[in-house]
Ligand binder design. Structure first.
Ligand code: ADP
Length: 319
């Protein structure tokens, strides 16, 4: 293999740049040329492809977002779209592709591999919802962003003796809500994976109030209910002054944490090694702190497992 490509696709995540940098530097280290494909699969179809040099990825390891930009492209879900992408790759004599993104992006990588073009998937999403890996790039940074907000809200919640509902990202997966709720000492964490009874939540809030608790923090994953709706339900049932904070897209931005930069660097380098070994249709991941790779189909057909032990622990610690 003499030439590879790299693209970022789907929702962006902090640390994607560090992964792009790792792919480029690792490849050049092995005398392989690297081409950046801009705007995901859309740019692939349109031939937005440029050669990347060592300097092209200088000064990006600390930057959020993705210098390659990202896009969503429905046309690429069709065979014709995928063929057009492969033609572009062949025209540039690119022989393998690294795709950094979430499960939608993985589907594209799988499709290309099945059409005879080897692709490797790197999990990049703040949702941490890719099956087969303990962590995805961007999750740690997003967690720290949310945690910073929880800590700040705690200050004002204490001063005013208020209940706060904080809505965090996570449509199908509650990882961000769970981990930040535990780290931020939230009283209640509401995630899509676990049913909840409003009555239990109200009882807990009332008990806390009786023993003199000055404030309460509830973390809600957006996939369960909007934070505003949840807050109005809580206020109606408790009569406690309740405020909602919806964090939104700020959770996707910011400079990646050390953990995300290291993870992205390891993933990027492993992806290049796999292509050099002539492998395609693999996803890289981390399990119990060991770097792994596995069939990308596995990432698309198995279910993401939330760490439910953390959920139980959060309940025990927030009595
Ligand atoms: P994410 O990668 O963050 O999950 P999306 O689900 O939006 O984001 O997917 C990103 C892009 O991947 C889509 O816009 C589309 O171009 C491509 N994609 C998604 N599903 C498929 C599919 N079944 N086949 C081919 N490409 C796909």
């Amino acid at each position: 293999m003499k030439r590879i490509g790299v693209l970022t696709s789907g929702g962006d995540a902090p640390g994607m740049n560090a992964a792009v940098r790792a792919v480029v530097r690792k490849a050049i280290f092995h005398d392989i040329e690297v081409f950046g494909i801009y705007q995901g699969y859309q740019g692939l179809m349109n031939g937005k492809i440029e050669k990347l040099e060592l300097g092209s990825v200088g000064d990006i390891i600390h930057r959020g977002g993705t210098i390659l930009q990202s896009a969503r492209c429905d046309e690429f879900k069709t065979k014709a779209g995928q063929q057009q992408g492969i033609e572009q790759l062949r025209a540039h004599q690119i022989e393998g592709l690294v795709v950094i993104g979430g499960d939608g992006s993985y589907r594209g990588a799988k499709a290309l591999t099945e059409l005879g073009f080897p692709c490797i998937g790197i999990p990049g999403t703040i949702d941490n919802d890719i099956p087969g890996t303990d962590f995805t790039i961007g999750f740690d940074t997003a967690m720290n962003t949310v945690l910073d907000v929880i800590d700040k809200i705690r200050d004002t919640a204490t001063s005013h003796e208020r209940t706060f509902v904080i809505e965090v990202m996570g449509r199908g997966a509650g990882d961000l809500a769970l981990w930040t709720g535990l780290a931020g000492g939230a009283e209640t964490i509401i995630i899509p994976e676990e049913k909840f009874e409003m009555k239990d939540i109200v009882d807990r809030l009332k008990k806390g109030n009786e023993r003199g608790k000055k404030h309460s923090i509830i973390i809600v994953a957006e996939g369960v209910m909007s934070g505003v709706e949840f807050a109005s339900k809580v206020q109606a049932e408790t009569n406690f002054e309740t405020r909602a904070s919806v964090l939104g897209h700020m959770q996707r931005g910011g400079s990646p944490t050390a953990a995300d930069r290291v993870l992205a660097s390891r993933f990027g380098a492993r992806a290049v090694e796999l292509l050099l070994d002539g492998k395609g249709g693999r996803a890289v991941g981390i399990k119990e702190n060991h770097l792994i790779d596995y069939d990308i189909v596995e990432a698309l057909t198995s279910e993401h497992q939330l760490n439910l032990k953390l959920y139980d622990l959060s309940k025990e610690l927030s009595i």
